[in-house]
Design a protein around this ligand. Structure first.
Ligand code: ADP
Ligand code: GLC
Length: 469
């Protein structure tokens, strides 16, 4: 069996969030189970493309509405990755120094057409096409409906929803971007009067997965307008919890952190990493340290943070560090608090992979007050680094963090509200004072296995249940 993952992100090539982590690691684990797994993604103008050499394996032109775009399929000259990655190079549309922008309709539609056109040319076709999020949601439709892809329509197509908030909507005026199909089936593209790539993907994919079981259930209730569709299609939907790349995220070998450690020497390891972090950001290492890492957007509950900080910091019972970027108003509110709460609060606005590792290894607690969390990888990384998660119980957070009061190892609250977050931080501060219990818990959480071993197999079982031959 061989699967091709189609995605806008793949770590370490291009990562905006967890989608990149998942597509960068799941295929690796699938290969270990003897499944040939490749990734096809856009060729961006970024650090990875400027520091590696590529060769062209296929060149052609694609039609996007009235326009014709020359494109190439590239491969790395040297195999520096654990998996085979193919790059769709459409210079005018995709070769940009960003992954996403305000209007990506032409960019990602062309990407999907190029990927499908290229698949048509292959002697050995993939046995599964695995699409990720709305940027690839037109592929299930195109495979089923577009005349030119008829020879691909027996290949099972899976769509994984990492985030249903974003659906890639565009107007029916642009329906001509798609290769010819029977226009009477136009309804498959439509949701509420717009072309909705995520909805089209849900309707046409052979199976739809979400990145945690709880998120699947939640989407049937609320999915930014698609709840009715997901409820209707529930027979072909399943939630499969994300795993993590336990090689990249391994405190024993992590090259980014100050002192490597395992569960055996966790106490000295955490102490050394915390000491560095506190010195760097101006905190006292004796206080419990809480950190937030993530996109500063509404979904992550980010706009609640300034109010929470204003309330908790004057007590000087803990320190809080934030790493993130996103909503400019939240960014400046967080920046503005820096001066006032010097010594117990600091923020780094921006994206910094290395700093994120330093924080997972050095902080005591990780805050995730998310409103929506399809899976969440931060809490899984934090467990692996012996950092206790403090989360809102939703989506994947609900599936992976059990509250200490329920016999578990973390802290959770039911609402994404200032009050709930404050109360939970206060509980965690109290817990920190019980040193033996605190130390025992952080040692225990390092042993929880969230590697892909289990979930990668669930995907393989799903593929096997659909195999075309
Ligand atoms: P999402 O994909 O919704 O952003 P996830 O929890 O699945 O959330 O994944 C977020 C990923 O992005 C994690 O690997 C996290 O460490 C990383 N990340 C988020 N913001 C930053 C940042 N500002 N700097 C470095 N890494 C970040
Ligand atoms: C999305 C979700 C996040 C999930 C990630 C990887 O970006 O917001 O919860 O962990 O995808 O599946």
């Amino acid at each position: 069996m061989n699967v091709i993952h189609v995605s806008a992100e793949c770590y370490p090539i291009a990562k905006v969030g967890g989608l990149g982590d998942v597509v960068g690691s799941l295929p690796k684990y699938q290969q270990e189970s003897e499944v040939g797994a490749k990734v096809i993604m856009p060729f961006y103008d970024n650090k990875f493309s400027s520091t590696h050499k590529f060769k062209s394996v296929y060149e052609s032109e694609l039609v996007l509405g009235q326009d014709i775009h020359a494109y190439k399929i590239l491969k790395l000259k040297k195999d520096v990755l654990d998996i085979e990655v193919l790059f769709v190079d459409i210079p005018k549309l995709l070769f940009k120094d960003f992954v996403y922008s305000e209007d990506d309709t032409a960019r990602f539609t062309a990407f999907q057409i190029a990927a499908m056109d290229w698949l048509l040319t292959l002697k050995e076709k993939p046995s599964i096409i695995h699409c990720h999020d709305h940027h690839t949601g037109l592929i299930p439709f195109m495979a089923q409906e577009c005349f030119k892809y008829e020879s691909l329509n027996q290949i099972p197509v899976i769509l994984t929803i990492h985030n249903a908030q974003y659906q890639g909507w565009f107007s029916h005026d642009k329906v001509h971007y798609l290769p010819a199909f029977d226009i009477s089936n136009n309804g498959l593209l439509d949701w509420d009067g717009m072309i909705n790539p995520l909805a089209a993907g849900i309707k046409c994919a052979w199976r739809v997965t979400t990145v945690s079981p709880s998120y699947m259930k939640e989407l049937q209730q609320a999915a930014n307008g698609l709840e009715g569709l997901l409820d209707h299609e529930k027979e072909k939907c399943v939630g499969i919890l994300n795993g993590i790349d336990s090689e990249v995220w391994n405190p024993e070998t992590d090259e980014f952190i100050i002192k490597n450690y395992s569960a055996k020497n966790i106490q000295s390891g955490k102490t050394a990493n915390k000491k560095w972090l506190c010195k760097e950001f101006g905190f006292s290492a004796s206080k419990p340290l809480f950190a937030f890492i993530g996109r500063l957007v509404y979904e992550k509950g980010a706009e609640l943070l300034p109010e929470v900080l204003e309330e908790i910091l004057p007590k000087k019972e803990c320190s809080i560090l934030i790493l993130g970027s996103g909503n400019p108003e939240v960014e400046s509110a967080l920046e503005n608090l820096k001066k006032k709460h010097k010594g117990v609060y600091n923020v780094f606005i921006g994206y910094d992979e290395k700093l994120s590792h330093l924080i997972y290894s050095g902080t005591d607690f990780l805050l995730m007050p998310s409103r929506v969390e399809p899976c969440g990888l931060n809490q899984l990384y934090s467990l692996r680094y012996g950092t206790i998660p403090v989360v809102r119980s939703i989506g994947g957070l609900k599936d992976t963090v059990i509250d200490i009061e329920d016999g578990g190892f973390g802290f959770s609250h039911s609402e994404a509200s200032e009050n709930d977050i404050l109360q939970t931080i206060t509980r965690a501060i109290e817990f920190y004072k019980d040193v033996p219990k605190f130390k025992k818990t952080r040692k225990y959480i390092m042993s929880i296995d969230h590697s892909w071993d289990v979930s990668a197999q669930q995907y393989i079982d799903l593929y096997n249940s659909l195999k075309s031959g």
